[in-house]
Write a protein that binds this ligand. Structure first.
Ligand code: GDP
Ligand code: MN
Length: 397
């Protein structure tokens, strides 16, 4: 579960990590009073959405007057906002944060994640903050200090400082950073977080270290023991399509490619995605209709998949076990009669009542590309999706 920056700030403050003075605004009309209280002499207006990259997308702005603060707040609140990290989905902004303008001298990065290969949480620190840590990690891995720790034994400020001190000429700065990192480690463990990231952690012109932007993700499996965290849940975090799928008893997972997948069973979903990748493509999503889907559910499944504008082709891969192939075929046919399919459909059926299923598809006269092996189906779907994205290239930019 993700939380908004303003919520993360409250949590950081609870752990005595310094943050910029600020307020959350759900109504642009309140921006004026907040500006007058916080300005030094300017303020920052920051859009509150559950995705990174807001700065580059114009969601972090400076306001030099109360008028401008209100005007900026009004351009964000109630409007959709997306960044290059939002994977095709757009969130409607409910709030902005207004903060004092911090005079930045240096920007650092500090993050805590679970390193699966080492089965341990790790503090990542870099003097190069404010930019994406993935970029630093791939171009200059030596610029990142990795400090592993055990959740049973939190790292002390001194232990952390001893690891980063060599990167600074000034002990005072590294000591403040180490204090932040050790508090962040306690938050990470106590609240069962899976990611705690401060980017940038800044050194101000006054020589203070403070957190200017925090991203915190919690482990959903541990939420039951954190009522305070559960209360922070923004229902819009879940992709709109994921919510809709849930309502129909389907499970939908969004990814970053252009082949939409309708499958039955999580194992087959994994195998299908592997086959798509093997064929040189990328899945846009997968929709799992489960063991006993009805024709109605299949129809809703198609609608959900087609809502994603990146989907250039749909691959239906069904192994009829509990689910009969003719039921799926019937669902596909009903769906195509009711909704306008804007993407080519590739179907591969196998298993119980497969002959009946294939016959139904064929006799329907609908434009369905029927395949008998998953290899062939995956290749067809990838080709079709590629062709579609080439065709729409002009207006996809
Ligand atoms: P993100 O783009 O979603 O990660 O949003 P951030 O909150 O990290 O803001 C992006 C960038 O805006 C930061 O890296 C800073 O360089 C800049 N920024 C944000 N707040 C302030 C501020 O108070 N003062 C100054 N000078 N720059 C800021
Ligand atoms: Mn940031």
């Amino acid at each position: 579960m993700k939380i908004h920056e303003y919520q993360a700030n409250q949590l950081l403050a609870q752990y005595q990590i310094p943050v910029a003075r600020g307020e959350v605004l759900f109504d642009a009309k309140r921006a004026r009073a907040a500006f007058q209280k916080l300005a030094n002499p300017h303020c920052m207006i920051k859009v509150q959405v559950l995705m990174g990259g807001r700065g580059k997308a114009g969601g972090v702005r400076r306001a030099v007057s109360a008028d401008e603060a209100e005007q900026l707040a009004a351009t964000f609140i109630g409007k959709p906002f997306s960044t290059y990290q939002s994977e095709g989905s757009q969130a409607v902004v409910k709030a902005v944060m207004i903060t004092e303008e911090v005079k930045i001298k240096e920007e650092y990065y500090v993050g805590i994640v679970v390193d699966r290969s080492n089965s341990a949480p790790v503090i990542l620190f870099s003097r190069e903050g404010g930019i994406e840590i993935e970029e630093v990690a791939s171009s200059r891995p030596e610029a990142i200090e990795k400090i592993y720790f055990s959740p049973d034994q939190l790292p002390t400020q001194e232990a952390i400082q001893s690891r980063i001190v060599k990167r600074f000429s000034n002990q005072e700065v590294s000591s403040q950073i180490a204090a932040v990192a050790s508090k962040l480690a306690r938050l990470f463990v106590e609240k069962d977080a899976s990611i705690c990231e401060i980017n940038p952690l800044v050194l101000t012109d006054q020589g203070r270290v403070l957190a200017l932007d925090a991203k915190i993700v919690f482990d959903d499996n541990a939420l039951f023991r954190h009522e305070d965290i559960q209360a922070l849940k923004d229902p819009e975090e879940d992709d709109e399509r994921e919510r809709k799928a849930k309502a129909f008893g389907l499970s939908y997972v969004s990814m970053s490619g252009n082949v939409g997948c309708l499958v039955n069973g999580a194992g087959l979903a994994m195998a299908t995605m592997d086959m798509i990748k093997l064929a040189g493509g990328e899945p846009a999503n997968f929709l799992d209709v489960g063991g006993g889907a009805t024709a109605e559910q299949v129809k809703e499944g198609f609608k959900i998949i087609l809502q994603d504008p990146r989907v250039g082709a749909i691959l239906v891969n069904i192994f009829g076990g509990i689910m009969k192939c003719d039921v799926i075929a019937d669902g596909v046919i009903q769906a195509l009669r009711e909704i306008k399919l804007r993407a080519p459909l590739v179907v591969r059926l196998e298993g119980t009542r497969v002959e009946e299923g294939r016959r139904l598809l064929k006799e329907s006269g609908l434009p369905i590309i029927s395949c008998s092996t998953i290899e062939e189906a995956a290749q067809k779907a990838v080709q079709e999706a590629e062709r579609a994205s080439k065709g729409s290239h002009a207006h996809s930019h």
